[in-house]
Design a protein around this ligand. Sequence first.
Ligand code: UT7
Length: 325
Amino acid sequence: MKARVVSTGSYVPEKILTNFDLEKMVDTSDEWITERTGIKERRIASPEQATSDLAYEASLKALKKAGLKPEDIDLIVLATVTPDMLVPSAACMLQMKLGAKNAVAFDINGACTGFVYALSVAEKFIKTGASKRALVIGAETLSRFTDFTDRSICVLLADGAGAVILEGTRKNEGIQVIDIFSDGTMWDFIHMPAGGSKMPVDEKVLQERLNFIKMRGNETFKVAVKTLEEVVDTTLKKAGITSSQLGLLVPHQANIRIIQAMAKRLELPMEKVMVNIDRYGNTSAASIPIALDEAAEMGKIKRGDYVMLAAFGAGLTWGAALIKW
Ligand code: UT7
């Protein structure tokens, strides 16, 4: 039994924050952001929108495309580092909003690798027969945890959601190989110091702005380039194919330079790499399913194509999935 992708959906909030808007907020420039990251603009959730609201919109689109009702879903796995609240899970909030009464719902925190983590977990449920039809979502409202006085991070992070529906198949299609990894020794490369059990939010935390995401960008960059290339290479080898047989690479959208370096090392032309970081920035767990949905909508993926997903993020975490569409 394999797990195949039945449909995809995505949603980004309406509000656009451009590099020129950021120029007015911190000491930065459109030129620096474009050259160093590839980002031109990003989306920011409205004050009324929480992560489950973005996930809801993306899920509705995926359900509609598949011609399914929320009741047809028996598993909801939502990857996020920005749940609506610490308790309960954003997945339960989403289940309630959808009315997916036949589903079991839970969150996964794999940071920017979260969607690949969630896909891996859902794939195991499908393969073992524990789930017939799973809704897998990556959704983030990172703007709520972004320090808009810190130029090293506020130009990067953004909000959005993407979803896929998985079903079992006896045919040789769907997820061929999926591998996820983590290394907690580098936990402090990307982290949010306060707001958890280690450091509850108090006056001092607010003053020192410790309730926002911090990143050691340059060190993360170097590990990301090397690790992403390695994980894609290993996944290709496991599947017994070469990069030239890939129809499309859908990488996590953290930095255009990371994506280009990866494509170069894998000898993949950029036409075979999905890029939308220019419009959406880094949406963490949401970036891959948004890019996947856009690629599918744009006709960049045809039936039978090999599609590679590759992600890297806080934890540190990383992973890749090879899907036969
Ligand atoms: O999504 C999860 C995984 N995350 C990643 O993979 C992100 C990986 N990292 C990156 O994408 C890049 O490291 C960044 C985009 C975050 C930073 O780019 P960089 O080329 O590594 O820059 P840097 O941190 O080495 O900083 C270079 C300079 C510094 O100034 P000095 O010390 O050379 O004078 C920074 O202060 O750029 C400065 N700088 C900025 N200047 C203008 C940092 N942020 C900005 C900014 N505007 N927004």
